[in-house]
Design a protein around this ligand. Sequence first.
Ligand code: SAM
Length: 256
Amino acid sequence: SDHDLEYPISPAHMKWAPYYAPYAEPTKSIVKGTVESQGVKRPNDEGEKEAQTTAIEEEDSRKLTQDVEVADIGCGFGGLLVALAPKLPNTLLLGMEIRTQVTEYVQERIKALRSQSADEKLYQNAACLRANSMKFLPNFFKKHQLSKIFLCFPDPHFKARKHKARIVSTTLNSEYAYVVRPGGIIYTITDVEDLHLWMVEHFDKHPSFERVAEAEQEADECVEVMRTETEEGQKVTRNNGQKFVALFRRLEDPPW
Ligand code: SAM
């Protein structure tokens, strides 16, 4: 259940600064010695506590200098995120994952990569948070904020009565259309042919999307990353399975 999921009441309320610290604007009242540049020093003296709590809140509430633009929905163990981060060094990428422990694993993985990297900007553009993307996507992203959404090896929910749990549906496609800008791309990959056909059918019949032609699809560097760097993609390779890829472009809204 989602009762313990935290999500912002609107995109403007989302505190992104803790996820992408180097991309946060400085605050005026950051007091030297209270808040250090690489995160917040927690209080050790009772008397300091109040001022520091305010400083922590202020630091966490800082606006970013740029928006998150790429979402990996159901990111699993984060293979796609960490492979894409160096390839899109000026773009903020977000993995969304519903399982708590998997989310924490990805957060630790990114933290380790950040600290091991000689280039101090590397991996600062990637982050992961726990969310049920089927419910709260417009709470995180404003209209047309995203340029890419990845749906990599989504759970297939084989049985017909479970199809409503699939992350591609007429309703959810309208949410994707809302958060993705015209010209933006939805990337899908699965080893389940039935699910592939389902996703193609639902995006094809949605007025906001058109399928990307195969030549353009194969020329897109993200497609190779989806095939080879996702944990599921690697598992399918080990089992000599097939991978079905389809990309969909967000169209301009018709002028009413
Ligand atoms: N994308 C990864 C990959 O390709 O290796 C993981 C694929 S795994 C089969 C599907 C993932 O989606 C799981 O980690 C699952 O917990 C997550 N998931 C399922 N429903 C979700 C939801 N509503 N919101 C966020 N994540 C979800």
